[in-house]
Design a protein around this ligand. Structure first.
Ligand SMILES: Cc1cc2nc3c(=O)[nH]c(=O)nc-3n(C[C@H](O)[C@H](O)[C@H](O)COP(=O)(O)OP(=O)(O)OC[C@H]3O[C@@H](n4cnc5c(N)ncnc54)[C@H](O)[C@@H]3O)c2cc1C
Ligand SMILES: NC(=O)c1ccc[n+]([C@@H]2O[C@H](COP(=O)([O-])OP(=O)(O)OC[C@H]3O[C@@H](n4cnc5c(N)ncnc54)[C@H](O)[C@@H]3O)[C@@H](O)[C@H]2O)c1
Length: 470
């Protein structure tokens, strides 16, 4: 048995907890998978390193109507893939080596660990680790539904699809969420024939209805989108391809051929992999480890002394910037038990790097209307087309929108939803306004907006929320 001041399960966001304040203490970091976790190895970073070249390939589609003829003549998949993973794998390996070899006060355990008591862990090989404080940062993993054939080698999740030996000619994607939308864009732009099978009538259903509806239309114009369909089995063919059986809501059955199937049906927290239930920690209805506002793990609603959790294993938001925020909170709280910080989940933004790009923060229109009913207030809604601004004319944009929801009397911004070019950057001033309490009227009129930048579409949306009469 080895005792530590701090033990961390998971080397994704958990790795950032090893700050200089721990230099004279003993720290264990336990990683049962690839060092660096999801975002670095199989998540945000490699996907966005694929999205950027996909955007370049798609530029050929958009340029023609502006009078510039470009052609995407081919994709060198192996070069694309190797550029991304040569870089990522070396970052992961350097991080691993730093923890394993260079830091004298840190021990890296490269195996899984489970709780046997509140601050006691046992690793897969039987090593027993005790610690004054334990942080659970063990993340989440893809869910693969129990559909016959999803264990075939042609079937992938986001964990494996980016490292394919060859770019598939045809890809079937099951699911209509973030991962489906991003990979549909990437593979289609690079030249793969993409089909999505989605159970409901819409893609990205969790987003504001205007964005979800308009995005679904755009998706249908770019990819084959089978809405109201459920994949019921996948069979292997003699030529190495697969055939999926797809059943419509009305019972009609059809077949979809593909070289690769991507399952993008959500991610489940790794609570089971750390033995959270057996340890008696509270779990949420969707299987996350329950934490209080200070990221302390609870048992029957009360904090378990010295046990913390952060990121996908405990957060309702499976987003890296949220995991990073919670890691900063835990980092502070570990060292300042008498002055704890709470996590701030009021205005959590997200972006979907699909085509067109989407960004969102705050309430959807439905949620804002519910809130208005509760509080006796009124909601002002502005929907501004990119095409109504000078930069939108330059781009000849016909689909980009900025939608802003605000309280009618006060201008308090309740939510913002953007679909179009650089949505993830365009939304940042609105996130800032929400966090710092800047109302829509002051935000619109109290500063310069660069002309003729695309940000004018945000300015115009804010202006159309109506100003106070003074
Ligand atoms: C394809 C994809 C794209 C994404 N894109 C974005 C994006 O653009 N923007 C964004 O904000 N978010 C994105 N995300 C989400 C983001 O990657 C996650 O929210 C984030 O990485 C979670 O970090 P974490 O530290 O909680 O967990 P992780 O980074 O997953 O780290 C957990 C680690 O714990 C290890 N582990 C698990 N159980 C054990 C155990 N029992 N013992 C030891 N080790 C264990 C795992 O091997 C893993 O390495 C994406 C996710 C995916 C899958
Ligand atoms: N840009 C980003 O920030 C980004 C990118 C990728 C992933 N992520 C994170 O990772 C999470 C997981 O992504 P995801 O796309 O897998 O999940 P998701 O929750 O966004 O979407 C899951 C989709 O699968 C469908 N589905 C669920 N079960 C199904 C079944 N049995 N059969 C058919 N369809 C089914 C759902 O209806 C939904 O359309 C996201 O929620 C997000 O938090 C973030």
């Amino acid at each position: 048995m080895v005792h530590y001041d701090l033990a961390i399960i998971g080397s994704g966001s958990g790795n950032t907890l090893i700050t200089p304040e721990w230099d004279n203490k003993k720290v264990a970091i336990i990683e049962g998978g690839t060092f660096g976790g999801t975002c670095l190895n199989v998540g945000c970073i490699p996907t966005k390193m694929l999205v950027y070249p996909a955007e370049l390939a798609r530029a050929a589609d958009d340029a023609g109507r502006l009078g510039v003829d470009l052609q995407h003549t081919g994709t060198r998949w192996a070069d694309l893939r190797d550029r991304i993973f040569t870089r990522i794998d070396s970052i992961s390996e350097a991080g691993r080596a730093y923890r394993a070899d260079e830091l004298q006060h840190v021990d890296l355990y490269e195996e899984e660990a489970r709780f046997t008591a509140d601050r006691t862990l046992v690793t897969a090989s039987g090593a027993v680790i005790t610690a004054d404080q334990v942080v659970i940062a063990a993340g989440s993993r893809p869910v693969v539904p129990g559909i016959p054939g999803l264990d075939l080698p042609q079937v992938h999740t986001s964990d494996t699809v980016m490292r394919l030996d060859e770019q598939p000619r045809r890809m079937l994607i099951i699911g209509g969420g973030y991962i489906a939308a991003e990979f549909a864009h990437v593979f289609s732009a690079l030249g793969t024939d993409v089909t999505l099978a989605v159970r409901s009538g819409q893609l990205l259903r969790s987003l504001d209805h205007t964005v979800s509806e308009r995005f679904t239309e755009r998706a249908q114009s770019q990819w084959t989108v089978l809405t109201g369909r459920q994949v019921t089995r996948v069979d292997s063919n003699a030529d190495g391809s697969v055939t999926a059986t797809v059943v419509a809501t009305d019972g009609g059955e059809s077949k979809v051929g593909a070289d690769v199937v991507l399952v993008a049906t959500g991610r489940t927290p790794n609570s089971d992999r750390v033995g959270a239930l057996e340890a008696g920690f509270d779990l949420t209805a969707d299987g996350r480890i329950a934490v209080d506002a200070f990221q302390r793990v609870t048992r029957e609603g009360k904090p378990v002394p010295g046990v913390w959790a952060l990121g996908d294993i405990s957060s309702p938001f499976q987003l890296k910037h949220v995991a990073n925020h919670e890691a900063r909170v835990v980092s502070h709280n570990l060292l300042h038990p008498d002055a704890l910080h709470a996590s701030d989940h009021r205005y959590v933004p997200a972006a979907v790097f699909t085509r067109p790009q989407i960004a969102t923060v705050g309430l959807t229109e439905e949620q804002a209307l519910e809130r208005a009913e509760r509080t006796g207030s009124r909601v002002a809604v502005a929907v501004q087309q990119y095409g109504s601004t000078a930069y939108g004319w330059a781009m000849e944009d016909t689909t980009g929108i900025v939608k802003i929801l605000a309280e009618e009397d006060t201008g308090t911004i309740l939510g913002a939803h953007i679909m179009g070019h650089e949505a993830s950057n365009l939304i940042q001033p609105l996130i800032q306004a929400m966090h710092f309490g800047l109302d829509a009227f002051t935000m619109a009129r109290g500063q310069y907006w660069i002309h003729p930048a695309l940000a004018e579409v945000v300015e115009n949306a804010l202006l159309s929320l109506r100003a106070p009469s003074t």
